[in-house]
Design a binder for this molecule. Structure first.
Ligand code: BGC
Length: 384
Protein backbone atom coordinates (compact mmCIF):
# COMPACT_ATOMS: atom_id res chain seq x y z
CA UNK A 1 0.00 0.00 0.00
CA UNK A 2 1.37 3.36 -0.98
CA UNK A 3 0.66 6.07 1.53
CA UNK A 4 0.83 9.78 0.92
CA UNK A 5 3.87 10.45 -1.23
CA UNK A 6 4.06 14.13 -0.54
CA UNK A 7 2.42 16.14 2.11
CA UNK A 8 1.51 19.64 1.05
CA UNK A 9 0.92 22.41 3.52
CA UNK A 10 -2.79 22.57 2.91
CA UNK A 11 -3.57 18.88 2.89
CA UNK A 12 -1.15 17.94 5.65
CA UNK A 13 -3.50 17.68 8.60
CA UNK A 14 -6.20 15.61 6.99
CA UNK A 15 -3.79 13.34 5.17
CA UNK A 16 -1.80 12.72 8.31
CA UNK A 17 -4.94 11.42 9.97
CA UNK A 18 -5.61 9.12 7.04
CA UNK A 19 -2.02 7.90 6.88
CA UNK A 20 -2.13 6.99 10.55
CA UNK A 21 -5.48 5.31 10.17
CA UNK A 22 -4.12 3.51 7.12
CA UNK A 23 -1.17 2.13 9.10
CA UNK A 24 -3.39 0.74 11.80
CA UNK A 25 -6.23 -0.61 9.76
CA UNK A 26 -8.07 2.50 8.57
CA UNK A 27 -11.81 2.47 8.56
CA UNK A 28 -11.97 -0.99 10.16
CA UNK A 29 -10.32 0.44 13.21
CA UNK A 30 -12.79 3.29 13.36
CA UNK A 31 -15.66 0.85 13.09
CA UNK A 32 -14.16 -1.24 15.87
CA UNK A 33 -13.90 1.84 18.13
CA UNK A 34 -17.49 2.76 17.44
CA UNK A 35 -18.59 -0.76 18.28
CA UNK A 36 -16.77 -0.65 21.63
CA UNK A 37 -18.44 2.66 22.48
CA UNK A 38 -21.76 1.18 21.51
CA UNK A 39 -21.19 -1.86 23.72
CA UNK A 40 -20.25 0.32 26.67
CA UNK A 41 -23.37 2.37 26.16
CA UNK A 42 -25.47 -0.79 26.11
CA UNK A 43 -23.97 -2.02 29.39
CA UNK A 44 -24.37 1.33 31.11
CA UNK A 45 -27.92 1.74 29.98
CA UNK A 46 -28.82 -1.76 31.11
CA UNK A 47 -27.12 -1.47 34.49
CA UNK A 48 -28.29 1.93 35.56
CA UNK A 49 -31.74 2.06 34.20
CA UNK A 50 -32.64 -1.57 33.70
CA UNK A 51 -33.84 -0.43 30.36
CA UNK A 52 -35.54 -2.70 27.91
CA UNK A 53 -33.41 -4.43 25.31
CA UNK A 54 -34.98 -2.24 22.67
CA UNK A 55 -33.99 0.94 24.47
CA UNK A 56 -30.47 -0.33 25.04
CA UNK A 57 -30.14 -1.15 21.36
CA UNK A 58 -31.29 2.35 20.52
CA UNK A 59 -28.67 3.81 22.89
CA UNK A 60 -26.03 1.59 21.35
CA UNK A 61 -26.92 2.82 17.91
CA UNK A 62 -26.71 6.40 19.05
CA UNK A 63 -23.36 5.81 20.73
CA UNK A 64 -22.03 4.25 17.56
CA UNK A 65 -23.13 7.24 15.55
CA UNK A 66 -21.59 9.63 18.04
CA UNK A 67 -18.33 7.72 18.09
CA UNK A 68 -18.16 7.73 14.30
CA UNK A 69 -18.92 11.43 14.15
CA UNK A 70 -16.39 12.21 16.87
CA UNK A 71 -13.58 10.60 14.90
CA UNK A 72 -14.84 12.35 11.77
CA UNK A 73 -15.24 8.99 10.15
CA UNK A 74 -17.89 6.67 8.91
CA UNK A 75 -18.13 3.06 7.85
CA UNK A 76 -17.67 3.35 4.10
CA UNK A 77 -17.80 -0.35 3.26
CA UNK A 78 -21.28 -0.07 1.75
CA UNK A 79 -21.05 3.53 0.53
CA UNK A 80 -21.20 4.19 -3.19
CA UNK A 81 -18.98 6.82 -4.82
CA UNK A 82 -19.88 8.12 -8.28
CA UNK A 83 -16.99 9.73 -10.15
CA UNK A 84 -17.17 11.45 -13.51
CA UNK A 85 -14.03 12.65 -15.31
CA UNK A 86 -14.42 15.35 -18.00
CA UNK A 87 -12.81 12.96 -20.48
CA UNK A 88 -10.69 9.85 -20.10
CA UNK A 89 -8.46 10.90 -22.98
CA UNK A 90 -6.41 13.39 -20.92
CA UNK A 91 -2.91 12.46 -19.69
CA UNK A 92 -3.11 14.33 -16.41
CA UNK A 93 -6.65 13.31 -15.50
CA UNK A 94 -5.72 9.69 -16.20
CA UNK A 95 -3.00 9.86 -13.53
CA UNK A 96 -5.44 11.65 -11.23
CA UNK A 97 -8.30 9.17 -11.58
CA UNK A 98 -5.96 6.19 -11.17
CA UNK A 99 -4.73 7.60 -7.86
CA UNK A 100 -8.26 8.55 -6.79
CA UNK A 101 -9.60 5.01 -7.28
CA UNK A 102 -6.51 3.48 -5.67
CA UNK A 103 -6.79 5.74 -2.63
CA UNK A 104 -10.54 5.25 -2.15
CA UNK A 105 -10.30 1.48 -2.35
CA UNK A 106 -6.87 0.65 -0.90
CA UNK A 107 -6.50 3.32 1.77
CA UNK A 108 -10.01 4.48 2.66
CA UNK A 109 -11.75 1.10 2.52
CA UNK A 110 -14.42 1.63 -0.15
CA UNK A 111 -15.31 -1.60 -1.98
CA UNK A 112 -14.04 -1.60 -5.56
CA UNK A 113 -17.51 -2.41 -6.89
CA UNK A 114 -18.87 0.66 -5.09
CA UNK A 115 -16.49 3.07 -6.81
CA UNK A 116 -17.77 3.77 -10.31
CA UNK A 117 -15.92 6.06 -12.73
CA UNK A 118 -17.63 7.47 -15.83
CA UNK A 119 -16.08 9.09 -18.90
CA UNK A 120 -17.70 12.49 -19.57
CA UNK A 121 -16.26 12.34 -23.11
CA UNK A 122 -15.87 16.11 -23.20
CA UNK A 123 -19.65 16.48 -23.49
CA UNK A 124 -21.47 18.30 -20.69
CA UNK A 125 -24.93 17.00 -21.69
CA UNK A 126 -23.64 13.42 -21.57
CA UNK A 127 -21.92 14.04 -18.24
CA UNK A 128 -25.04 15.63 -16.74
CA UNK A 129 -26.93 12.44 -17.71
CA UNK A 130 -24.32 10.33 -15.96
CA UNK A 131 -24.68 12.45 -12.85
CA UNK A 132 -28.47 12.12 -13.05
CA UNK A 133 -28.04 8.33 -13.18
CA UNK A 134 -25.79 8.38 -10.11
CA UNK A 135 -28.51 10.35 -8.33
CA UNK A 136 -31.30 7.99 -9.44
CA UNK A 137 -29.23 5.03 -8.26
CA UNK A 138 -28.82 6.72 -4.86
CA UNK A 139 -25.04 7.05 -4.81
CA UNK A 140 -23.84 8.35 -1.44
CA UNK A 141 -21.28 10.92 -2.62
CA UNK A 142 -20.15 12.24 -6.01
CA UNK A 143 -16.66 13.35 -7.08
CA UNK A 144 -16.97 15.38 -10.26
CA UNK A 145 -14.50 16.78 -12.78
CA UNK A 146 -16.97 18.82 -14.80
CA UNK A 147 -16.68 19.21 -18.55
CA UNK A 148 -17.81 22.81 -18.11
CA UNK A 149 -17.17 24.34 -14.72
CA UNK A 150 -19.99 26.78 -15.52
CA UNK A 151 -22.46 23.89 -15.09
CA UNK A 152 -21.64 23.66 -11.39
CA UNK A 153 -24.68 25.57 -10.14
CA UNK A 154 -27.11 23.35 -12.07
CA UNK A 155 -25.31 20.16 -11.00
CA UNK A 156 -25.02 21.33 -7.39
CA UNK A 157 -28.77 21.94 -7.25
CA UNK A 158 -29.46 18.46 -8.64
CA UNK A 159 -27.27 16.94 -5.91
CA UNK A 160 -28.61 19.19 -3.18
CA UNK A 161 -32.23 18.29 -4.00
CA UNK A 162 -31.30 14.60 -3.75
CA UNK A 163 -29.35 15.14 -0.50
CA UNK A 164 -26.11 13.89 -2.05
CA UNK A 165 -22.84 15.68 -1.20
CA UNK A 166 -20.52 16.59 -4.06
CA UNK A 167 -16.77 17.16 -4.35
CA UNK A 168 -15.70 19.06 -7.47
CA UNK A 169 -12.16 18.47 -8.65
CA UNK A 170 -9.70 20.01 -11.11
CA UNK A 171 -12.04 22.46 -12.90
CA UNK A 172 -12.92 25.18 -10.48
CA UNK A 173 -16.45 26.62 -10.44
CA UNK A 174 -16.94 30.40 -10.13
CA UNK A 175 -16.16 32.05 -6.81
CA UNK A 176 -19.82 33.16 -6.58
CA UNK A 177 -20.94 29.53 -6.83
CA UNK A 178 -18.46 28.48 -4.12
CA UNK A 179 -19.70 31.30 -1.89
CA UNK A 180 -23.27 30.09 -2.38
CA UNK A 181 -22.34 26.64 -1.00
CA UNK A 182 -20.99 28.28 2.13
CA UNK A 183 -23.79 30.78 2.63
CA UNK A 184 -26.60 28.29 1.96
CA UNK A 185 -24.93 25.42 3.83
CA UNK A 186 -24.86 23.20 0.73
CA UNK A 187 -22.75 20.03 0.99
CA UNK A 188 -20.51 20.91 -1.95
CA UNK A 189 -16.81 21.70 -2.12
CA UNK A 190 -13.90 22.13 -4.51
CA UNK A 191 -10.46 20.49 -4.39
CA UNK A 192 -7.76 21.83 -6.69
CA UNK A 193 -4.74 24.04 -7.00
CA UNK A 194 -4.44 27.80 -7.42
CA UNK A 195 -3.41 28.01 -11.06
CA UNK A 196 -1.97 31.49 -10.56
CA UNK A 197 0.83 29.81 -8.62
CA UNK A 198 1.67 27.46 -11.51
CA UNK A 199 1.73 30.35 -14.00
CA UNK A 200 4.01 32.37 -11.74
CA UNK A 201 6.36 29.39 -11.38
CA UNK A 202 6.56 29.05 -15.18
CA UNK A 203 7.53 32.71 -15.51
CA UNK A 204 10.12 32.34 -12.75
CA UNK A 205 11.66 29.38 -14.53
CA UNK A 206 12.25 31.61 -17.55
CA UNK A 207 13.66 34.39 -15.34
CA UNK A 208 16.06 31.86 -13.78
CA UNK A 209 17.66 31.00 -17.14
CA UNK A 210 21.02 32.48 -18.08
CA UNK A 211 19.51 35.03 -20.48
CA UNK A 212 16.28 35.59 -18.50
CA UNK A 213 14.48 34.50 -21.64
CA UNK A 214 16.06 37.09 -23.92
CA UNK A 215 18.21 34.72 -25.96
CA UNK A 216 18.86 37.09 -28.85
CA UNK A 217 19.61 40.04 -26.58
CA UNK A 218 17.16 42.44 -28.22
CA UNK A 219 15.86 43.62 -24.85
CA UNK A 220 12.58 41.71 -24.89
CA UNK A 221 11.32 38.18 -24.47
CA UNK A 222 9.41 37.06 -27.57
CA UNK A 223 7.12 34.14 -26.86
CA UNK A 224 4.24 32.05 -28.06
CA UNK A 225 1.57 30.87 -25.63
CA UNK A 226 -0.15 27.52 -26.22
CA UNK A 227 -3.27 27.56 -24.11
CA UNK A 228 -5.40 24.80 -22.63
CA UNK A 229 -9.17 24.98 -22.96
CA UNK A 230 -9.77 28.70 -22.32
CA UNK A 231 -13.05 27.98 -20.50
CA UNK A 232 -10.91 26.42 -17.80
CA UNK A 233 -9.56 28.77 -15.13
CA UNK A 234 -6.27 26.81 -15.07
CA UNK A 235 -5.70 27.87 -18.67
CA UNK A 236 -6.69 31.49 -18.04
CA UNK A 237 -4.51 31.92 -14.96
CA UNK A 238 -1.45 30.09 -16.30
CA UNK A 239 -1.58 32.23 -19.43
CA UNK A 240 -1.86 35.44 -17.46
CA UNK A 241 0.49 34.76 -14.55
CA UNK A 242 3.39 33.22 -16.49
CA UNK A 243 3.77 36.45 -18.44
CA UNK A 244 3.00 38.59 -15.40
CA UNK A 245 6.00 37.07 -13.58
CA UNK A 246 8.20 38.45 -16.36
CA UNK A 247 6.63 41.90 -16.53
CA UNK A 248 6.56 42.17 -12.71
CA UNK A 249 10.32 41.60 -12.83
CA UNK A 250 10.62 44.51 -15.26
CA UNK A 251 11.19 42.34 -18.31
CA UNK A 252 9.72 43.52 -21.61
CA UNK A 253 7.71 40.91 -23.48
CA UNK A 254 6.36 40.43 -26.98
CA UNK A 255 3.55 37.98 -27.66
CA UNK A 256 3.97 36.50 -31.12
CA UNK A 257 1.04 34.12 -30.81
CA UNK A 258 -1.62 33.01 -28.34
CA UNK A 259 -3.56 29.96 -29.47
CA UNK A 260 -5.68 27.33 -27.80
CA UNK A 261 -4.33 23.78 -27.89
CA UNK A 262 -7.05 22.38 -25.59
CA UNK A 263 -4.51 20.56 -23.38
CA UNK A 264 -3.77 18.29 -26.34
CA UNK A 265 -0.33 17.12 -27.52
CA UNK A 266 -1.14 16.77 -31.22
CA UNK A 267 -2.84 20.16 -31.42
CA UNK A 268 0.12 21.80 -29.68
CA UNK A 269 2.59 20.15 -32.03
CA UNK A 270 0.73 21.63 -34.99
CA UNK A 271 0.51 25.09 -33.39
CA UNK A 272 4.23 25.11 -32.54
CA UNK A 273 5.17 23.84 -36.00
CA UNK A 274 3.18 26.60 -37.72
CA UNK A 275 4.54 29.25 -35.36
CA UNK A 276 8.14 28.12 -35.86
CA UNK A 277 7.59 28.25 -39.63
CA UNK A 278 6.14 31.71 -39.42
CA UNK A 279 8.33 33.36 -36.77
CA UNK A 280 11.50 31.24 -36.88
CA UNK A 281 14.31 32.44 -34.61
CA UNK A 282 12.22 35.27 -33.23
CA UNK A 283 10.60 32.77 -30.86
CA UNK A 284 12.60 32.64 -27.66
CA UNK A 285 10.08 31.02 -25.32
CA UNK A 286 7.22 28.57 -25.78
CA UNK A 287 4.85 28.64 -22.84
CA UNK A 288 2.48 25.66 -22.69
CA UNK A 289 -0.36 25.54 -20.17
CA UNK A 290 0.39 21.84 -19.60
CA UNK A 291 3.03 19.18 -20.25
CA UNK A 292 1.06 17.21 -22.82
CA UNK A 293 1.24 20.31 -25.02
CA UNK A 294 4.90 20.87 -24.11
CA UNK A 295 5.62 17.35 -25.39
CA UNK A 296 3.90 18.27 -28.66
CA UNK A 297 5.81 21.57 -28.87
CA UNK A 298 9.09 19.71 -28.30
CA UNK A 299 8.40 17.47 -31.30
CA UNK A 300 7.95 20.59 -33.44
CA UNK A 301 11.05 22.27 -31.94
CA UNK A 302 13.21 19.25 -32.72
CA UNK A 303 11.75 18.91 -36.23
CA UNK A 304 12.62 22.57 -36.84
CA UNK A 305 16.24 21.90 -35.83
CA UNK A 306 16.05 24.12 -32.74
CA UNK A 307 17.65 23.19 -29.40
CA UNK A 308 15.91 23.72 -26.06
CA UNK A 309 17.89 25.71 -23.48
CA UNK A 310 20.29 26.87 -26.24
CA UNK A 311 18.20 28.76 -28.75
CA UNK A 312 14.69 28.38 -27.31
CA UNK A 313 13.07 27.79 -23.91
CA UNK A 314 10.10 25.53 -23.25
CA UNK A 315 7.97 25.25 -20.11
CA UNK A 316 4.87 23.26 -19.17
CA UNK A 317 2.80 22.26 -16.13
CA UNK A 318 1.84 18.89 -14.54
CA UNK A 319 5.17 17.02 -14.20
CA UNK A 320 4.20 14.15 -16.46
CA UNK A 321 6.96 11.53 -16.17
CA UNK A 322 8.08 12.08 -19.76
CA UNK A 323 8.27 15.84 -19.30
CA UNK A 324 10.25 15.56 -16.07
CA UNK A 325 12.67 13.22 -17.85
CA UNK A 326 12.95 15.87 -20.58
CA UNK A 327 13.81 18.48 -17.95
CA UNK A 328 16.57 16.18 -16.66
CA UNK A 329 17.81 15.65 -20.23
CA UNK A 330 17.72 19.40 -20.98
CA UNK A 331 14.94 19.05 -23.56
CA UNK A 332 12.40 21.06 -21.55
CA UNK A 333 13.41 24.08 -19.49
CA UNK A 334 11.02 23.39 -16.64
CA UNK A 335 7.63 22.20 -15.53
CA UNK A 336 5.43 22.55 -12.46
CA UNK A 337 4.26 19.56 -10.41
CA UNK A 338 0.45 19.52 -10.39
CA UNK A 339 0.23 17.15 -7.45
CA UNK A 340 -2.37 14.58 -8.47
CA UNK A 341 -1.50 12.40 -5.45
CA UNK A 342 -2.31 15.13 -2.92
CA UNK A 343 -5.35 16.33 -4.89
CA UNK A 344 -6.84 12.85 -5.24
CA UNK A 345 -6.19 12.04 -1.59
CA UNK A 346 -7.66 15.32 -0.40
CA UNK A 347 -10.74 14.73 -2.55
CA UNK A 348 -11.12 11.23 -1.04
CA UNK A 349 -10.67 12.48 2.53
CA UNK A 350 -13.22 15.24 2.01
CA UNK A 351 -15.71 12.82 0.48
CA UNK A 352 -15.48 10.78 3.71
CA UNK A 353 -15.97 13.90 5.81
CA UNK A 354 -19.07 14.81 3.85
CA UNK A 355 -20.36 11.25 4.26
CA UNK A 356 -20.01 11.58 8.01
CA UNK A 357 -21.95 14.83 7.94
CA UNK A 358 -18.98 17.06 8.74
CA UNK A 359 -18.89 20.62 7.47
CA UNK A 360 -16.01 21.27 5.08
CA UNK A 361 -14.45 24.40 3.58
CA UNK A 362 -15.88 25.34 0.18
CA UNK A 363 -12.39 25.54 -1.36
CA UNK A 364 -9.44 23.25 -0.62
CA UNK A 365 -6.18 24.08 -2.35
CA UNK A 366 -3.05 21.97 -2.75
CA UNK A 367 0.34 23.55 -3.53
CA UNK A 368 2.19 23.27 -6.83
CA UNK A 369 5.95 22.63 -6.91
CA UNK A 370 8.38 24.20 -9.33
CA UNK A 371 10.39 21.60 -11.28
CA UNK A 372 13.76 22.52 -12.79
CA UNK A 373 16.95 20.61 -13.48
CA UNK A 374 17.89 21.01 -9.81
CA UNK A 375 15.04 18.96 -8.36
CA UNK A 376 13.71 17.06 -11.40
CA UNK A 377 15.29 13.74 -10.43
CA UNK A 378 13.79 13.93 -6.93
CA UNK A 379 10.36 14.68 -8.39
CA UNK A 380 10.70 11.83 -10.87
CA UNK A 381 11.51 9.47 -8.00
CA UNK A 382 8.29 10.56 -6.27
CA UNK A 383 6.28 9.91 -9.40
CA UNK A 384 7.47 6.34 -9.82
C1 BGC B 1 -3.94 20.05 -16.15
C2 BGC B 1 -4.11 19.65 -17.57
C3 BGC B 1 -5.43 18.95 -17.76
C4 BGC B 1 -6.55 19.81 -17.22
C5 BGC B 1 -7.89 19.12 -17.31
C6 BGC B 1 -5.12 20.87 -15.70
O1 BGC B 1 -4.97 21.20 -14.35
O2 BGC B 1 -2.76 20.80 -16.01
O3 BGC B 1 -3.09 18.79 -18.00
O4 BGC B 1 -5.62 18.68 -19.13
O5 BGC B 1 -6.29 20.14 -15.88
O6 BGC B 1 -8.90 19.93 -16.82
Amino acid sequence: MRLTKRVTAIAAASMMAVSLAGCSGGSNETTAAATTAATEATTTAAATEAATTAAATEAAKEAATTAAAATGSVDVSDKKVGISIYKFDDNFMTLYRTELVRYLTEDLGFKAENVVVQDGKGDQAEQTNQIQNFITQKYDVLILNLVQASSASEVTDMCKDAGIPVVYINREPDASEEERWASEGIAATYVGCDARQSGTFQGEEILETETKGDINGDGKVSYIMIQGDPENVDAQYRTEFSVKALTDAGVEVEELLLQRGDWDQAKAQQIAQDALNQHGDKIEVIFCNNDAMALGALQAIEAAGRTVNEDIYLVGVDALTEAVQNVIDGKQTGTVFNDHFAQAQTAGDIAVKLLSGEAVDPVNMVDYTKVTQENAQAILDQLK
